[in-house]
Design a protein around this ligand. Structure first.
Ligand SMILES: Nc1ccn([C@@H]2O[C@H](COP(=O)(O)OP(=O)(O)OP(=O)(O)O)[C@@H](O)[C@H]2O)c(=O)n1
Ligand SMILES: C[C@](O)(CO)[C@H](O)COP(=O)(O)O
Length: 226
């Protein structure tokens, strides 16, 4: 099933403490964002990539796209101060009926899962990649435990997240109307009572967020190159 992908890449990487956009950090000599983009560049079902970026980094992205011959990047759009705004700005340039939203900071997604996601989104409206939670999760206030959340129904949700574009646009419009900020796009569909289903993914699909994740990323890359 054909799709387009919006890739939010306009973050500041504050938790990484790298003093720059963490997507520019290199793994084995190649920037993180290039690994992410290559997955979609090499997927025959991907009709186009829309990148939400910090305008101050536009020259870097233009140079990178040329250096790595990333032909499917069809639009660079201005990101927002929040991830949700970066995604919404990208949505306005989508032409396909099925849209994926995928963090630039998740370079290890595989095409098999993308195919499952797009088929599921076409059927249900929204679909997310997720993995069962491995830790015990507790709710707390001021570090005083309030309750332990029953683990068997918990999923750690990742990206890509796939949607019928009409539903995602309506969900973003409603969230903007209500000044609601969600930490993922699927939560915006939940608020307007639209269905979201889970496709079980794998634990390699990490979001590179803090320094420790760089060690994990090097190990995952080594495993993939075996
Ligand atoms: N205003 C924002 C914030 C985040 N992102 C993107 O959304 C993805 C997931 O966000 P996150 O991992 O939180 O990245 P940062 O916001 O850069 O990290 P931090 O919160 O540590 O600053 C990343 O690819 C990031 O570039 C974005 O496009 N626009
Ligand atoms: C969208 C996401 O990757 C799903 O796990 C996550 O919510 C992004 O959070 P961030 O704080 O914007 O990185």
């Amino acid at each position: 099933m054909f799709y387009e992908v919006v890739i939010p890449a306009a973050g500041q990487g504050k938790r990484m403490k790298a003093g720059k956009n963490k997507l520019f950090i290199e793994l084995s000599g190649t920037p993180i964002i290039v690994y992410t983009l290559r997955v979609f560049e090499e997927d025959p079902n991907c009709r186009g990539i829309i990148l939400s970026i910090n305008p101050a980094e536009e020259d870097y992205f233009i140079q990178m796209i040329a250096t790595y011959d990333l032909k499917k990047v069809k639009k660079l759009v201005t990101g927002g101060t929040e991830r949700q705004q970066s995604v919404y700005n990208g949505l306005k340039h989508v032409g396909e009926e099925i849209i994926l939203v995928h963090d630039g900071a998740r370079p290890f997604i595989d095409q098999v899962q993308i195919s499952e996601l797009t088929s599921s989104a076409s059927l249900h409206g929204g679909a997310v990649i997720a993995v069962p939670v491995k830790d015990t999760i507790k709710k707390a206030a001021d570090k005083k435990v309030l309750e332990t959340v029953e683990r068997s129904s918990l999923w750690a949700v990742q990206t890509p997240q796939a949607f019928r574009v009409s539903i995602l646009k309506r969900a973003h419009e409603q969230a903007e109307l209500e000044s609601f900020l969600g930490t993922d796009d699927a939560s915006l569909l939940e608020r307007i009572n639209e269905q979201v289903v889970i496709i079980e993914g794998n634990y390699d699909n990490i979001k590179i967020t803090t320094q420790e994740d760089l060690y994990f990323a090097e190990a995952i890359l080594h495993k993939q190159q075996l």
